[in-house]
Design a protein around this ligand. Structure first.
Ligand code: ADP
Ligand code: MG
Length: 348
């Protein structure tokens, strides 16, 4: 393991009260992994990272790096580096000097310094821009300088706290691909903090979804999306439909129809993703889950159309339909429809 957290708790005293920012987090991050901490603002992501870096001491629990307990080791003695949203570059220094700074401080021989800085600027695609000052560069380029400066020291792990947060959407998406490429090229562990689900899904080998100081699910992107461990995870990652009730005989009666939940009885909450649902007019075969409703809204979104369908019991279901071959709507507002999906697409 590159990084292990064992039941880590962090409490702050604020205005005479105890605030539990992190309530008991256990993580095991593998060497060379691209690992993301994903969750809404205030859920404890930054606090967790700061404990890994050593800027905060846990109130309880252990932090291990590469098998060694570093809970009481200061940040500069830990083999990790951190990159922040504010790039914190030296404004009066050139790109080259910004990247070389750490190596100079450690009195790295000239020859080696030149080689390593050159290599790193190559990797972040800034070769030829060595003489520029930060203010003469775009946000994306500045972020790459910050990345090169952190990586040139060859940390065994790099911690990135919302590093793309200040960039606009197009540039952010380009940098996501770029970051993933850089991580593969340097082959070190990246721990990435974000509140953006798309960002986490795009880049990560595994994701820990955090909520209110706790990890709600730790899994690969596909499993997080397809098999959300809680209603919170289902709702936070992508769009999801939730159907709840009491199942009998492996069936949940809802919306004038039924949801098949083979092997389940009693109280259940079922999630089904909008793109798994088909809109039709006829009730479908017994092998399908199906509910009846009225189309409340149709929104054309380019690659797909989103339908909002109200069921008799007040539940709203969202359906996405690809506009692959035609852009004809499957139904109009006010239409009475059947929604159906295969049993395997219900996740209980
Ligand atoms: P995130 O990075 O996920 O947005 P943080 O780790 O920054 O969340 O914060 C988690 C919680 O801890 C928040 O409620 C925040 O207000 C609180 N918190 C963070 N740092 C401090 C501090 N130094 N003093 C008091 N409360 C703090
Ligand atoms: Mg934060």
């Amino acid at each position: 393991s590159a990084i292990e957290l064992e039941d880590v708790v962090k409490e702050y005293f604020s205005h005479g009260e105890v605030v539990q920012a992190v309530k008991g987090v256990t993580l095991d991050i593998a060497e060379g992994e691209f690992f993301s901490l994903l969750g809404p603002s205030g859920c404890g992501k930054t606090t967790t990272m700061r404990m890994v870096a050593g800027f905060e001491a846990p109130t309880k629990g252990l932090v291990k790096l590469h098998g060694q307990d570093v809970t009481d080791v200061p940040p500069n003695k830990r083999d990790v580096n951190m990159v922040f949203q504010s790039y914190a570059l030296f404004p009066h220094m050139s790109v080259w000097d910004n990247v070389a700074f750490g190596l100079k401080q450690r009195r790295t021989p000239q020859e080696e310094l030149r080689r390593r800085v050159g290599e790193m600027l190559e990797i972040v695609d800034l070769a030829g821009r060595e003489k520029r000052r930060p203010r003469e560069m775009s946000g994306g380029q500045q972020q790459r300088v910050a990345l090169a400066r952190a990586l040139v020291n060859r940390p065994r792990a790099l911690l990135l706290d919302e590093p793309l947060g200040a960039l606009d959407l197009k540039l952010r998406q380009a940098m996501q691909i770029e970051l993933k490429r850089i991580q593969r090229e340097v082959g070190i562990t990246f721990v990435y903090v974000t509140h953006d689900q798309n960002e986490a899904l795009t880049m990560s080998d595994r994701i820990a979804v955090m909520n209110d100081g706790l990890v709600e699910q730790l899994a690969r992107p596909r499993d997080i999306y397809e098999r959300p461990a809680s209603a919170f995870v289902a709702g936070f990652i992508g769009t999801s439909n939730l159907l709840a009730g009491t199942a009998t005989g492996g069936e949940l009666k809802v919306g004038g129809g039924r949801v098949l939940v083979p092997g389940h009885d009693g109280e259940v909450t079922v999630t089904v993703r909008p793109e798994k649902i088909t809109i039709g007019v006829d009730e479908l075969g017994p092998e399908l889950s199906g509910v009846r409703g009225t189309v409340a809204e149709v929104v054309y979104l380019g690659t797909y159309t989103s339908y909002s369908v109200s069921l008799a019991d007040g539940v709203d279901i969202t359906v996405f339909r690809q506009n692959a071959h035609d852009s004809l709507a499957a139904a109009e507002r006010g239409d009475s429809v059947w929604l159906s999906w295969q049993a395997q697409h219900s996740y209980v």
